[in-house]
Design a protein around this ligand. Structure first.
Ligand code: HOZ
Length: 427
């Protein structure tokens, strides 16, 4: 008879994984290094909950980094996948679902007149800057410190998310030539934008940004910043690209661009339009998008792009999101959590809360956070300590100060009260 193991199943999996997967994980954030913990291996999700392989239940505020707006295993999403599954998993050829998806995306996001499906946000941003360069016949890309646009070479300079978490400001393996054409400036700083256009007039192909930053912790655009960017790029003949991988269909049905009433030239979308399956997309003005092969000669392709299962899951989710009460509900829940966290921050000091519909960050700093520099003033050791205490209490908060937390429509008032109690006891 074998003796039952006293080592948790997560620890056992981590030991096996470390031998065959770099760092034991398939994406750095989930190694939990920044919070001084060991990776947790999950078994299943259900509504606002995640259950790990040891049977521990967590209230999930990562939500697969954005797509789980309706919580895990929403019956409509599962049903759509099941029905489609019976017809096959991949054709490497056009399907009905991708046409419906493109029509719906163009309907819901008015700046998008044509859209191309890809498999991740990284692919979407890489492809968007390629077509922007081709369209403008210019090479320079301007991005903002702390914004993260996936792991394409051109974007790995002063980026947020895992790079900010691990303190990697430039990435080995990325030739200097690849980032030489990327200029990085502070978020919310229109003077820096004006300066860069003065210095590189007629050389800048595009300005790309997360209109609401989620990858440096949550940072909101200050009044006039997005409008200023739109005016400058238009005047200078450069394209404005909104990376709405996190904010699209989350901060409003039409994304941040609908909320702030700004029309970018191109938009990148991600995981949300796959209902949790691997999807990305980029779209925008017809005259730009028509440059993509086969209608034009800007090459970009993918066997799994427009995959029927992913499209079906995404369509089911987007149709649910169209119900008018969705964003009122999501906003009310986020407000409730933000109000509670703000009260705790006020009582205990040394903390700031940033929030917008469906997204929230508690920064461990008493200074206002307006850009990456001010986000980096946060006490990351304190954050790590609090994260571990929260995890012990069954709250799965994003494991980095430089990531936003995601609220879903299925987090109940009771769930949020439980979360606030855990925070109150942990900070
Ligand atoms: N870069 C993702 C969040 N901003 C995290 C990806 C992951 O670790 O799954």
């Amino acid at each position: 008879m074998s003796t039952p193991s006293v080592i948790s199943r997560s620890k056992q999996l981590a030991a096996r994984a470390e031998a065959v997967i770099p760092g034991g994980v398939n994406s750095p954030a989930r190694a939990l290094k920044a919070v001084g913990a060991d990776p947790i291996y999950f078994d299943r999700g259900d509504g606002p909950y995640l259950f790990d392989v040891d049977g521990n239940r967590f209230l999930d505020y990562v939500g697969s980094w954005g797509p789980m707006i309706l919580g895990h295993c929403h019956p409509r999403v599962l049903e759509a996948i099941e029905v489609t599954l019976a017809h096959g998993t991949s054709f490497g050829a056009p399907c009905r679902q991708e046409v419906e998806m493109a029509e719906l995306v163009c309907q819901l996001i008015p700046s998008i007149e044509m859209v191309r499906m890809v498999n991740s946000g990284t692919e979407a941003t890489m492809s968007a800057i390629r077509v922007a360069r081709a369209f403008t016949k210019r090479d320079i890309i301007v991005k903002f410190e702390g914004c993260y646009h996936g792991h394409g070479d051109a974007f790995l300079a002063k980026a947020g998310s895992g790079l900010a978490t691990l303190g990697i400001s430039s990435c080995p393996g990325v030739p200097e030539e690849a980032t030489k054409l990327t200029i990085t400036i502070p978020f919310n700083d229109l003077d820096a934008v004006k300066k860069v256009f003065k210095e590189h007039s007629k050389e800048i192909a595009a300005v790309i940004l997360e209109p609401v930053v989620g990858n440096a912790g949550l940072i909101l655009p200050q009044d006039g910043f997005l409008k200023g960017l739109r005016d400058i790029t238009e005047k200078e003949g450069a394209l404005l690209i909104f990376d709405e991988v996190m904010t699209g269909f989350r901060v409003a049905l039409g994304g941040a661009q609908a909320r702030y009433e700004i029309k970018p030239d191109l938009t990148t979308l991600g995981k949300i339009i796959g209902g949790g399956l691997p999807v990305g997309a980029y779209g925008g003005r017809k005259d730009i998008m028509q440059m993509i092969a086969p209608s034009g000669s800007v090459y970009q392709a993918g066997t799994l792009s427009g995959n029927p299962l992913a499209m079906a899951a995404g369509l089911a989710q987007l149709k649910m999101l169209q119900q008018p009460e969705t964003y009122v509900k999501l906003n009310n829940k986020t407000e409730l959590l933000a109000k509670g966290l703000s009260e705790i921050a006020e009582k205990k000091g040394g903390m700031r809360v940033a929030h917008i519909t469906g997204m929230i960050t508690l920064f461990f700093t008493d200074k206002e956070v307006i850009d990456f520099e001010t986000a980096k003033k946060s006490d990351t050791e304190k954050f790590a300590k609090v994260w571990r205490k929260l995890a012990e209490k069954g709250i799965y908060w994003p494991p980095s100060q430089f990531e936003a937390a995601f609220v879903s429509t299925v987090h109940s008032t009771k769930d949020i009260e439980e979360t606030l109690k855990a925070f109150e006891e942990s900070v």
